[in-house]
Design a binder for this molecule. Structure first.
Ligand SMILES: O=C(O)CCC(=O)C(=O)O
Ligand SMILES: [Fe+2]
Length: 316
């Protein structure tokens, strides 16, 4: 398989799950159309994110992540190195982000302080941008529902009953992140990228991306970096480490990165993306569900994810 296929979620289920299994084994990425997320909900959240990044830095910093390792809020340019989550001493990424946690708290209290932190409040900007919170609430709800549908398809593709994951993701802290990759008036430092090569940590990531130069690339099985073109209205979906581990590596959590735009003066190169990170319930035990000899020891979903996140912000 060369490139990242586009799957139509409105296609017959049998064909869809066969294609899903194939692409998750071979490249771990696909794009989806026919997903049913209303464009006006997606566009409103997208525009609010752009307006947030257009605010003066002082106003963005007013909602900065309050401490290292705090999962939500604003992270300024060079505040994160995704390559560092893999233990590499990568230079800081040329991106800024705003990160929002879940919009409600699940019933029944938290298992431990880690789970409570996954539900920590998001520091929302007020005043100039009341719409960030309201538009993101609607978008978060849509993407939470879409990732539930994708997990049902995933279960079928893995030979499980369609609702296998339902009670393992129903109290998961899904988070929403908007990324802004600014213009690059000066050449980046050697090895410095918009986002360093990394894998995602959780179950599924559902990404909307701009059509701008300097975009997302995925590392194919043969080691080549493959562009993920912007398809209007589509979401890019990829498998995270936790789901790959759960499938005993039948499915791949693939390295990806965001490269710098070409240094062609005059052409606008600002790029935006929005990622929804779908997770599993904090206390769900993840151990091979393929029936083959497990390659990895069992882990609890939440603590495993939080450890990776902390490494990426250098707070371990
Ligand atoms: O901006 C993108 O296209 C990808 C961002 C990404 O991979 C991430 O935030 O995990
Ligand atoms: Fe990623």
């Amino acid at each position: 398989m060369t490139g990242v296929p586009v799957l139509d979620l409105a296609a017959p289920r049998e064909r869809l799950v066969a294609e899903l299994d194939r692409t998750c084994r071979e490249i771990g990425f696909f794009q989806v159309v026919g997903h049913g997320v209303p464009p006006r909900v997606a566009d409103a959240a997208w525009r609010a994110a752009r307006a947030f990044f257009d605010l003066p830095l002082a106003e963005r910093m007013a909602v900065a992540m309050p401490s290292p390792g705090y999962p939500y809020g604003y992270s300024p340019v060079s505040g994160e190195s995704l390559a560092r989550s893999l233990g590499e001493a990568g230079p800081a990424d040329l991106k800024e982000s705003f990160n929002a946690g879940p919009f409600g708290v699940p019933p029944g209290g938290f298992a431990d302080a880690g789970e409570a932190q996954a539900y920590a409040p998001t520091p929302w900007p007020d005043g100039p941008l009341p719409s960030l919170r309201t538009t993101w609430r609607a978008y978060h709800g849509e993407l939470h529902a879409l990732s539930g549908r994708l997990m049902s398809l995933a279960a079928t593709a893995l030979g499980l009953r369609p609702d296998f994951f339902a009670d393992k993701i129903d109290r998961a802290a899904g988070s929403l992140r908007a990324l802004n990759y600014p213009e690059q008036p000066h050449p980046p430092a050697p090895g410095q990228l918009r986002a360093g090569a990394h894998t995602d940590y959780g179950m599924l990531t559902v990404l909307r991306q701009d059509d701008a130069p300097g975009g997302l690339q995925v590392r194919a099985l043969d080691g080549r970096w493959v562009d993920v073109p912007s398809v209007p209205g589509a979401f890019v979906v990829n498998i995270g480490d936790l789901l790959a581990r759960w499938t005993n590596d039948r499915w791949r959590s693939t390295l990806h990165r965001v490269v710098n735009p070409p240094r062609s003066p005059g052409a606008p190169t600002r790029r935006q993306s929005m990622a929804f990170f779908g997770n599993a319930n904090w206390s769900t035990e993840v151990s091979s569900l393929t029936g083959e000899r497990p390659k990895y020891p069992a882990v609890l979903a939440g603590p495993h994810l939080m450890g990776k996140f902390r490494a990426s912000v250098g707070s371990t």
